[in-house]
Ligand binder design. Structure first.
Ligand code: HEC
Ligand code: HEC
Length: 256
């Protein structure tokens, strides 16, 4: 179902982009207007009328609502520094962001969530010009994922790559660099995650964890390790090593 919508939209935006069809443009404008109505109803309280994250509730929240006008997004399938795809935005709206006040909107009709995606993109004036990044390739996880040897190798990598500096030796987020982190690009304090409890913010699947450290969490201190894993040298980094790191991170979880 969802795919159908995305294909429809893709076609509509290509036609609208070429400027050859008033109909497609009208359709896109209509969708954006609808997104505006849904946004005014459910999102302004936190993200603000201007999409700058300054809604009336923002001052009461510890993790601040995203400012959509800056063109910086945390949850992307695309490389660090690029814009997310429509589907990335759709997914996060549908699922919400665990550990924060960002609710899941999976109960809204599909069409409204698609309309919201269009509306959010319009807050950032350079969206059309820059366009979304290309999603990274995620190979299928090996069947040995989670086996003791894989977890052990992941532990080695966690130290070798100095994830420990921020996330700590025990993965609880209390590494030596954790207290010295500057505020994130939106000016809010930041904290490396404790991997031992709670749901992962970036999503629950092994692919979500893989994607998070390959693309980084833009706007925060969490770097992208895509370049390091892209060039395995069989001395420090082996082919397929990234999955071992996933195995280790997931092995740290003590409670669901
Ligand atoms: C109760 C407050 C609240 C409401 C209501 C809310 N959000 Fe959020 N939203 C947040 C917070 C807080 C974050 C930041 C999470 C983070 O930084 O980890 C966020 C993040 C997001 C992101 C992720 C952006 C990124 O960096 O990848 C999107 C997309 C988003 N919100 C869309 C919406 C939409 C659309 C609505 C309305 C349907 C909405 N939000 C309603 C609090 C809210
Ligand atoms: C310089 C500090 C720093 C280093 C080094 C670092 N991280 Fe992070 N990491 C963070 C911060 C800060 C966050 C939280 C970002 C946010 O606010 O959403 C984070 C979040 C994450 C998440 C997201 C968890 C979730 O809930 O989805 C994963 C996965 C992660 N880090 C893995 C790693 C791995 C693996 C390494 C090493 C290869 C690493 N990090 C190195 C600072 C760091």
């Amino acid at each position: 179902m969802r795919t159908r919508w995305f294909i429809g939209l893709l076609v509509a935006s290509v036609i609208a982009g070429a400027g050859s069809s008033g109909y497609a443009q009208d359709r896109m404008d209509g969708l954006r207007d609808e997104g505006g109505r849904v946004y005014a109803r459910y999102c302004v309280g936190c993200h603000g009328e201007q999409g700058d994250g300054q809604g009336p509730a923002a001052s009461m929240l510890i993790v601040k609502p995203r400012d959509f006008t800056s063109g910086v997004f945390k949850f992307r399938s695309t490389p660090s520094g690029s814009l997310p795809t429509d589907e990335d935005l759709y997914k996060i709206i549908t699922r919400g962001v665990y550990r924060t006040s960002m609710p899941d909107w999976g109960l809204l009709p599909e069409r409204e969530r698609v309309a919201l995606v269009e509306y959010l993109k319009a807050f950032y004036p350079r969206w059309g010009e820059r366009g979304a990044g290309t999603p990274i390739f995620i190979p299928p996880p090996p069947s040995s994922l989670g086996a003791p040897a894989s977890v052990e190798r992941g532990h080695e990598l966690f130290e070798l790559l100095e994830c420990t500096a921020c996330h700590g030796e025990d993965g609880r987020g209390g590494g030596p660099a954790a207290k010295t982190l500057d505020p994130d690009v939106w000016g809010n304090p930041q904290k490396p995650f404790d991997f031992t409890k709670g749901r992962l913010k970036g999503g629950p699947t092994v692919q979500d964890v893989y994607r998070t450290f390959m693309t980084g969490i833009d706007g925060t201190a969490m770097p992208s390790y895509g370049d390091i894993f892209a060039e395995p040298d069989d001395e420090y980094i082996y082919e397929g090593d990234a999955w071992n790191l996933v195995a280790y991170i997931l092995s740290l979880r003590k409670e669901p």
